[in-house]
Ligand binder design. Structure first.
Ligand code: PLP
Length: 482
């Protein structure tokens, strides 16, 4: 039985192409959700949807091309994923989730790896790749426009994180900021040269810790519980008179576990006020409130491409008065803390994206959490034996790490990719090959269990439909593999 929209081409969905009964492209369609039928008024076509309105348009009113490969009569079940586009009413532009080339629905569930750039970010950046090309360090008018933009970007970011503008250092991203925070603190002129961190940090922190260890400096790595959470008292207990810096991330990139940074700072500072507190907030910014005073931080890392900004752009917040040895020496830009000609476009990009992400934070917290929860609920209900690795409480709104017992994540990820779903193992080496996650191992999973785990992460473009489609696709793949 068909519901609702059969034969009703509303103005919103009016066909702009010509009708061609031999190459029907259904635009209105019915979802088959758990045996119940639900009308969908979108432009999307789903495998398993029922064709309700036969419309053949080569280009719809958004300019999205609908290939004429799909042949469906009213009531036909749409066989395979097909190309589609939709209007995103929130942002008012057509968001292409698939290209005509690969003929696949593309559901991007890897926002923790990187996010699509927000349109306003690119718009704000573009002039600095064109007419406003000046070097902000110059003394003439061409430079002044660039310098003004750079300092405005600095003020914007500072206001968002509760800092002063001169406490913001522009860097090339999260990796550089983490390196500068830790090496800079340890190598600065203090007698303290040690570091304390946790077992579940990003490689940017753990590899830096390893480097310090190889230099013969004291490094302590604190373990976590089964939810990847560190105990603030354990961190404080690991701090000695040698400890220059404590570095604990705010949100874990694989599980979404939120650490109590304020409690860690308080516990450490009460016994060792000179020890600096650094937090990698790369996965937190955009979903958690990030205020350096509330969190009790001396150093804070943010990376633009995780919240709709450009890749290769980050900041390190450095509390006023903090001694920090630079790791990049040169022309003395950024008050000597980070030399190198400024990438003004990147600075404008991170500031614009940060503003947009801050404005969007409350919606993100509720809506994206709801979308994430939908996928989680459907996987737990519909796919046998699924184990959720992410914590139930104290988790960011956009992470979901789950284990599919008996199925290798590489296999699942490959099949998901073939069905147009982009997810990840949470941990991949440079070649892209899945490695055993150090985070899941630190939580107590065996290497085999870690290899059965997949990370789905959501972001500012995610929709409930994507969660539903992804759930159905995972379910069908897993039932074939089991
Ligand atoms: C927690 C965390 N820290 C640091 C980084 C590195 O940031 P970037 O890619 O900007 O170098 C990432 C990137 O995945 C991350 O998730």
């Amino acid at each position: 039985m068909l519901l609702g929209t059969q034969g009703s081409a509303t103005p919103h969905h009016a066909p702009v192409g010509h009708l061609d009964r031999t190459s029907l492209v259904p635009t209105h369609h019915i979802h088959d959700v758990d045996g119940a039928e639900r009308a969908d008024h979108g432009y999307d076509l789903h495998p398993g949807a029922l064709a309700a309105t036969p419309i053949a348009d080569e280009f719809d009113r958004l300019g999205v091309f609908h290939p004429r490969r799909v042949r469906a009569e009213v009531g036909d079940r749409i066989p395979d994923p097909v190309v589609w586009g939709r209007q995103d009413s929130r942002y008012g532009y057509a968001w292409h989730r698939a290209t005509c080339d690969n003929m696949r629905v593309s559901i991007y569930l890897d926002h923790a790896a990187t996010t699509p750039m927000r349109p306003e970010t690119w718009e704000a950046m573009a002039p600095f790749a064109g007419d406003t090309f000046g070097n902000p360090s110059g003394v003439h008018g061409v430079s002044r426009a660039a310098k003004n933009a750079l300092e405005t970007a600095r003020e914007t970011i500072a206001a968002i994180i509760g800092a002063r503008p001169l406490e913001v250092v522009f860097t090339s991203g999260g990796t550089e900021s983490d390196n500068l925070a830790i090496k800079g603190a340890v190598l600065s002129n203090t007698p303290r040269q040690g570091m304390v961190t946790s077992a579940v940090e990003h490689e940017a922190v753990l590899e830096t810790a390893d480097f310090l260890k190889r230099l013969g400096l004291p490094v302590t790595i604190v373990g976590v519980d089964s939810e990847a959470r560190v105990d603030p008292d354990e961190v404080a207990a690991a701090v000695t008179e040698d400890t220059s810096v404590v570095s604990v991330m705010m949100v874990n990139n694989e599980t979404g576990t939120v650490q109590d940074i304020r409690a860690i700072s308080d516990a450490v500072k009460s016994g060792s006020p000179e020890t600096l507190i650094h937090s990698d907030a790369v996965q937190a910014f955009g979903c958690e409130t990030v205020d350096v005073d509330d969190l009790g931080l001396d150093l804070l890392t943010i990376s633009a491409h995780k919240f709709g900004g450009p890749k290769g752009s980050g900041i390190l917040y450095v509390r006023d008065g903090t001694a920090l040895e630079p790791v990049i020496h040169g022309g003395g830009q950024e008050l000597g803390r980070r030399s190198g000609t400024h990438d003004v476009a990147a600075a404008v990009g991170i500031a614009t994206a940060a503003e947009a992400a801050s404005r969007d934070r409350e919606r993100f917290e509720t809506e994206v959490r709801g979308i994430r929860d939908r996928l989680e609920q459907r996987l737990v209900q519909d796919v046998g034996g699924v184990v959720v690795n992410s914590p139930v409480t104290g988790r960011s709104s956009h992470h979901l790490n789950v284990r599919f017992p008996g199925i290798r994540n590489e296999t699942l990820l490959m099949l998901l990719d073939q069905h147009g779903v982009a997810a990840s193992a949470g941990s991949a080496c440079q070649s892209g090959a899945a490695t055993v996650s150090h985070v899941l191992e630190a939580m107590g999973l065996t290497p085999d269990q870690a290899r059965e785990s997949v990370r789905f992460t959501f972001g500012w473009t995610s929709t409930m439909d994507e969660a539903d489609e992804a759930a159905s696709i995972v379910e069908s793949i897993v039932s074939r593999l089991s």
